[in-house]
Structure formats: structure tokens, C-alpha cells
Write a protein that binds this ligand. Structure first.
Ligand code: BTN
Length: 265
């Protein structure tokens, strides 16, 4: 696996260049943020690694990516319109579409941007935004578990990989090319993000726990607002818009997603 194998998958693509490949780095998001701040990376630049020694997840968590068994990449996207729905939805749509349409994996979304198969996470997204004189630049970090054969510790019950689902290897360059194509296509269509996201989730209509500053509240998930915020209804019937931010989570009861969806409908 080298940089050329990845570039070969990008013919006809506007996104994906320049492409910086690391056999090993600390975190592709850290590398991309530094490059953007130094004025060395603009819209479309990709930072991708075989292994990360300090992969970062949301809320200050680490992201297990010390082995070359996944897609560990960050792409730089320059904001188009500040009135677009939350950008953070878009990469999750793109990942889920690739998993479903190219690989036949029954992936679905958990707000705002976790990609799950059943109750287990197969991909996560970390968006870091930098405000510059010319506008906002987003570093979109995408981690997809492609080829792990199992997980240990607390991930054992909560994570899965494409290989565990399909019992075959998913080649990184091919998956990468498919994902950049989807990102390019969805990036152009912000007006379709809310609808697309909604069609890829099993959350709508379900009961969930809204965790804010450590305290939990039982709510029913009603759907997304036009800006991509989560609309929930509390037990008193009051509706609230939830905006994705640090320290906030919406947890679903740990059961088969489809059954629960049908129960609540
Ligand atoms: C999550 O917690 O769900 C987000 C995980 C994001 C992981 C990816 S892997 C590539 C990029 N580099 C990082 O350090 N994190 C993101």
C-alpha cells in the first residue's frame, strides 16, 4: 500500500488532492489542522495514514487506529454557505452510502455522525473547524473499521469492522476511492443532507436518553430540523432542538435497532 495506490482511485475527482500519505503518524486530524493553520492545505486536501499513534475521537476520546486495518483519513473542506445544515452529517451519509451500496453492509446512522451496524460502531467522524479570514475551514476526520478480525476490552461489545460483517477483506484503496466519490457528490448537495441522513437512521420515533452535562433525560426522537439539529420530545410533550456539541450524547437503549424502531412507531 502506498500513495500511488490511493491516487489511482481518484481519477476524475476534484477532491483528494493534494494527498499526503503517512505509513504512521500521530493523527491525520492533527496533521491536517496544523497544515490548514500554516496555510499549507486548502479545500480537497487529504491526509491519510496506515497507522495512527494518537488517533482522536469525539469528546476527547482516543480512536483505536494503531494497526493498518482501517481507513484513517482527514479531508479539508471549505464551508460553502453558513446557512447549510450541520456539515458533520455529510461524511456520515457518505460512509453509510458506501457501506450499503458498494459493500451490501446494513449500516445506519446514530446522531450526529456515528455509523453503526446493529448496535456496533463501524465508523466515526471528528470534525474540527478553523475560522480564518477567508471563511471557515473544516477538517473532517473519518475513521472506518475495515479489516479488524475482532476487538478487545470495552470495544469488544461496541465495535465492529467490515471484515467481521462480511468475512472478507475490504481493500483500503478501493474503499478510499468510493468514499471520496461519495463525499464529492454529497458535498455539492447540502439541501439534501437532512433528508438523506433521516433515511439512513433507525433513531426516529425511538426512545433515547439525552445526556447533557452528565445528567440523563428520557426523550423521544422526532427527527431533524432543517439545520440538522436533533428534535426531541420530553415526557411532558415539550419539544427541544439539540445541537451537537462536546459533552452531549443521545444514547439508544442497547437492543436490536430495528425492533426498537418498530416498538416505538
Ligand atoms: C469518533 O469518536 O467517533 C470519531 C473518530 C474519528 C477517527 C478519525 S481516524 C482519522 C482522523 N484522525 C483522527 O485522529 N481522528 C479521525
Amino acid at each position: 500500500m502506498n500513495r500511488e495506490d490511493l491516487l489511482d482511485q481518484l481519477s476524475g475527482r476534484a477532491l483528494g488532492r493534494p494527498l499526503k500519505w503517512f505509513d504512521v503518524t500521530d493523527s491525520t486530524n492533527t496533521q491536517a489542522v496544523s497544515a490548514v493553520m500554516a496555510g499549507q492545505a486548502d479545500h480537497g486536501a487529504v491526509f491519510i495514514a496506515g497507522r495512527q499513534t494518537a488517533g482522536r475521537g469525539t469528546d476527547g476520546h482516543s480512536w483505536d487506529s494503531s494497526e493498518p486495518v482501517g481507513l484513517w483519513m482527514s479531508i479539508v473542506l471549505r464551508e460553502q454557505h453558513s446557512a447549510s445544515p450541520e456539515l458533520t452529517l455529510m461524511p456520515a451519509i457518505a460512509v453509510a452510502k458506501v457501506l450499503r451500496e458498494k459493500w451490501g453492509i446494513d449500516a445506519h446512522l446514530k446522531w450526529p455522525n456515528d455509523v453503526l451496524v446493529g448496535d456496533r460502531k463501524i465508523a466515526g467522524i471528528l470534525v474540527e473547524s478553523i475560522v480564518q479570514a477567508g471563511g471557515v475551514v473544516h477538517v473532517v476526520g473519518i475513521g472506518v473499521n475495515l479489516n479488524q478480525t475482532g476487538f478487545s476490552g470495552e470495544l469488544k461489545a461496541t465495535a465492529c469492522s467490515g471484515r467481521m460483517v462480511l468475512d472478507r477483506v475490504l481493500p483500503l484503496p478501493i474503499f478510499f476511492g468510493q468514499l471520496v466519490a461519495e463525499l464529492e457528490s454529497w458535498w455539492r448537495r447540502p439541501q439534501e443532507w437532512v433528508q438523506a441522513w433521516s433515511s439512513l437512521t433507525a433513531m426516529i420515533g425511538r426512545r433515547a436518553e439525552l445526556i447533557r452535562s452528565g445528567s440523563a433525560q428520557t426523550v423521544q426522537v422526532m427527527g431533524l430540523t432543517p439545520l440538522g439539529h436533533l428534535l426531541v420530545r420530553d415526557e411532558m410533550g415539550e419539544e427541544t432542538q439539540v445541537i451537537s456539541r462536546s459533552g452531549l450524547d443521545v444514547r439508544l437503549p442497547s437492543r436490536n435497532a430495528k425492533e426498537n424502531h418498530e416498538d416505538a412507531a
